[in-house]
Design a protein around this ligand. Structure first.
Ligand code: SF4
Length: 357
């Protein structure tokens, strides 16, 4: 069991972050926020995939204007991503956002920060301080020589102290880099120094292919150490992939249940069936299943059912036929061409049994 770091809890709209709340999955829209219809369409797809919280970039007033409709109609809480301009932050709060991502040290002076903090306090809106290795202040780069974990943490504390001085502690923190060891070190350091919830991610991780590995190693390592209250996987492309990968990471660590889990064996010299084809077909059909269920696709009848004892249900291939099993117990032998349909008949049965009980 993973023991999670004890953090204070805050709320992004209806979603609790930190404390004993489930680790929230975030993503970010890549539509233009001033195009509310396109943004809402993407948010809906992300919400359908299980996204708990969505962030939208607010580069100008037109985007802040778009947020009015987006916040009203979004099925999940919306965070405004603000850089430098406090007026955009105020407009986003006015539009009804549930959270801000903003670094108070970058918005131009105490009075401007105070205006944002007062508005955020009034509506109980949390602020995420997001420090990035690529945009550290010059003096910290000079002090540390290059982006180090200490530099990232010091940069974050500068922003945090500004808010704390205004008696504002509705804060989350992120310390992102695309370098995985640097990210790990920075989050570990910060985790030891405060109890603010941490938003964990590897920034600019790459495309779906390369980014999945970096994200799984980086985010997964921290989560396994109990660090992280909300996560965002950053991938180039359709953000729906980010949500799928985030859940795969969380499920692999037993931190959240979400939809089905497929396990399939790597095959070996005992395999007498086209297992890859079978596993891909099962994976494709499982995309329509929403309930958490573990399904195994195994390459041989001798070891398959036993090796997949932890799965709720599974199939194991023989020569021209195979076995359907539940929790390692063999149910029946079926011809190869009926294996998948028999497996899904069994899945339906299990889901029905769960509903009845
Ligand atoms: Fe080999 Fe059978 Fe194990 Fe698959 S389940 S790896 S086919 S022994």
């Amino acid at each position: 069991m993973i023991e999670r770091r004890k953090t204070r809890q805050l709320h992004v709209g209806s979603v609790a972050v930190g404390g004993d709340a489930p680790i929230a999955v975030q993503s970010m829209t890549n539509t233009h926020t001033d195009d509310a219809a396109a943004t809402l369409e993407q948010i809906q797809r992300l919400a359908d995939a299980g996204c708990d919280i969505i962030r939208c970039a607010v580069p100008d007033m037109a985007a802040a204007e778009g947020l009015k409709t987006i916040c009203k109609e979004s099925p999940v809480p919306v965070i405004a991503d603000i850089h430098f301009d406090y007026k955009l932050a105020l407009a986003a709060i006015e539009a009804g956002v549930d959270g801000l991502r903003l670094n108070p040290g970058n918005i131009g002076g105490e009075e401007k920060v105070r205006a944002v903090v007062e508005a955020a306090k009034e509506r109980n809106i949390p602020i995420r301080i997001g420090v990035n290795a690529g945009s550290l202040p010059k003096d910290l780069l000079e002090k540390y020589g290059h982006p180090t974990a200490e530099a990232l943490v010091e940069a974050a504390w500068r922003h945090v102290r500004i808010l704390e001085a205004m008696d504002y502690r509705n804060i989350k923190i992120s310390l992102k880099a695309h370098d995985v060891p640097l990210t790990l070190e920075a989050y570990r350091l910060m985790a030891a120094q405060c109890d603010y919830p941490l938003h964990v991610g590897i920034t600019e991780a790459g495309t779906v292919n390369s980014g999945i590995i970096k994200s799984a190693v980086g985010i997964g390592t921290l989560l396994a150490e109990g660090i992280g209250d909300t996560i965002r996987v950053s991938l180039t492309g359709d953000p729906v992939n980010e949500v799928r990968v985030a859940y795969d990471i969380l499920k692999s660590l037993g931190l959240r249940e979400h939809g089905p889990t497929l396990i399939s064996c790597p095959t070996c010299g005992r395999t007498r069936i086209s297992l890859e084809k079978l596993a891909l077909e099962v994976e494709r059909r499982l995309a329509d299943v929403e309930e958490p269920i573990t399904v195994a696709v195994m390459g041989c009848v001798v070891n398959g059912p036993g090796e997949a004892r932890e799965a709720d249900v599974g199939i194991a291939g023989g020569i021209g036929e195979g076995l359907v099993f539940r929790k390692g117990e063999i149910l029946r032998k079926v011809p190869e061409d009926q294996l998948v349909s028999e497996l899904f008949a069994e899945i339906d049965k299990i889901l029905l049994e769960r509903k009845v009980s």
